[in-house]
Ligand binder design. Structure first.
Ligand code: ARG
Length: 457
């Protein structure tokens, strides 16, 4: 056991208490941020004259050595310390003697941990944003190559109207584009430095908080020291953004699983991204998509956990807040892993265009267009809807599609039909006549792709 405190205690900490309280097992993950934060703090102490040039330079140099020793595995982070802050400070004092004891001047572990977690999360947000961009590029490329690939669009998982694969993929492009912009928003809001908040009430030293903030790449210092040590909103926002990303990935995974099923066969997942069965030799399973779908709950769990942890904490710092770390770290890694693997799976997937086309052609996906044909020939829409309904029933009984009927059969239901009906309800016409922005028609999609190119530049 090695603690930074103890002066006012008459007994050793109970061993179980010590272990229950300690966070070194997980907060060592941000040793780098802890040391970088300390280096910025000490530079500020030098600038303000709170420490002498020599003291500050010695501390700074020694902190740099500790960082490189940890990175090069010359120094092991030992769990005999309570947390990463104690480990770094104790190591500094070991190496530097009394000068090392001055590092913590004008600082508390409360503002220190608030800073470390913020620095760590800021990096994670940026990495996640980069991974989303890779995913957007893959989706864009699929779109670009499939402006003419006709497939059925669904509502209620029933065939509805013909669309293209580019159009379907575009829906996911929109989702992940919003996810990316959410991350950028969070970065904007969270990029303020809590260091200098002290335990909760600032300090009596003339700290230059603007300077520390600048050194660490923040826009400026946080403006209330109580909030500075007790705010975890940015983390909740990020977990919430990650939950939405996972929800999107999970929906996408669900579709890939359905499309990959023996019944659909719209796609084939690459062998490198599939797994087999120990008993059934014929099986090739979409485990990656299933795992992504499955891991979604874990990320939601981290969000619910932190919301619950924070909901009744009186101001300012309370030890409950140590619980902000483990599940968040798990959620960060889970979401990043899922985005990266999903991207790889999507990049290597193959689309069975013939199956998609055949599927779009069956199931009366052109019924709306047949009704629109009648409307264009003067029939009121509600009447047209009724006539085509009758026509569909006729086809169901005959087990055929609308376009399989002869002109005589069509005319027996409505004499408005002429030869040009066949062209008006072909899959290609159904898709390419939909030209309002956002619709699947090729020219509309090309305009959208031009906008998307900017997004992934
Ligand atoms: N391990 C603590 C945490 O993660 C660091 C802050 C400790 N502060 C305190 N007053 N005990 O929140």
């Amino acid at each position: 056991m090695a603690q930074l405190w103890g002066g006012r205690f008459t007994k050793e900490t109970d061993d179980l208490v010590y272990r229950f309280n300690a966070s070194i097992g997980f907060d060592q993950k941000f040793y780098k941020q802890d040391i970088e934060g300390s280096i910025a703090h000490v530079k500020m102490l030098k600038k303000t004259g709170i420490l002498t040039e020599k003291e500050a330079s010695d501390i700074e140099k020694c902190l740099g050595e500790i960082l490189s020793d940890v990175e090069n595995k010359r120094l092991e982070i030992s769990d005999k310390y309570e947390d990463i802050h104690s480990f770094v400070e104790a190591t500094l004092i070991d190496r530097l003697g009394d000068t090392g004891k001055k590092l913590h001047t004008g600082r508390s572990r409360n503002d220190q941990v608030a800073l470390d977690m913020r620095l760590f999360t800021r990096e994670e947000i940026k990495e996640t944003e980069g991974l989303l961009k890779d995913l957007l590029v893959v989706i864009y490329n699929i779109m670009d190559a499939n402006l003419d690939t006709i497939m059925p669009g669904f509502t209620h998982l029933q065939k509805a109207q013909p669309i293209t694969l580019a159009h379907h993929m575009g829906a996911y492009f929109e989702m992940f584009k919003r996810d990316r912009s959410r991350l950028k928003d969070i970065l904007e809001r969270m990029n303020y430095c809590p260091l200098g908040s002290g335990a909760l009430a600032g300090t009596t030293y003339p700290l230059d908080r603007e300077y520390t903030a600048e050194l660490l790449g923040f826009y400026g210092p946080t403006l209330n020291s109580i909030d500075g040590v007790s705010d975890r909103d940015y983390l909740i926002e990020f977990l919430s953004a990650l939950s939405i990303i996972m929800m999107h990935l999970s929906r996408f995974s669900e579709e890939i699983i359905i499309w990959n099923s023996n019944e659909y066969q719209f796609v084939e997942i690459d062998d490198a991204y599939s797994t087999g069965s120990s008993i059934m030799p014929q099986k090739k399973n979409p485990d990656i998509a299933e795992l992504v779908r499955g891991k979604t709950g874990r990320v939601y769990g981290a969000l619910m956990s932190l919301l619950t942890t924070m909901k009744a904490i009186p101001l300012a710092y309370n030890k409950d807040m140590q619980e902000d770390k483990e599940l968040s770290f798990d959620a960060f890694d889970t979401a990043k892993g899922c985005i990266a693997l999903f991207t790889g799976m999507l990049k290597t997937i193959s689309f069975n265009k013939d199956r998609m086309y055949a599927s779009a052609s069956g199931g009366f996906t052109n019924a709306t267009d047949a009704a629109d044909y009648l409307v264009n020939h003067g029939v009121p829409f509600r009447d047209a809807h009724g006539i085509i309904g009758e026509l569909v029933l006729y086809c169901i009984n005959k087990n055929c599609s609308i376009e399989d009927l002869t002109i005589a059969e069509l005319k027996s239901i409505s004499d408005v039909f002429e030869e040009d009906i066949y062209d008006a309800i072909s899959m290609e016409t159904c898709v390419n006549k939909r030209l309002t922005i956002g619709a699947p028609g090729k020219e509309a999609m090309q305009k959208v792709l031009a906008i998307y190119r900017e997004e992934i530049k």
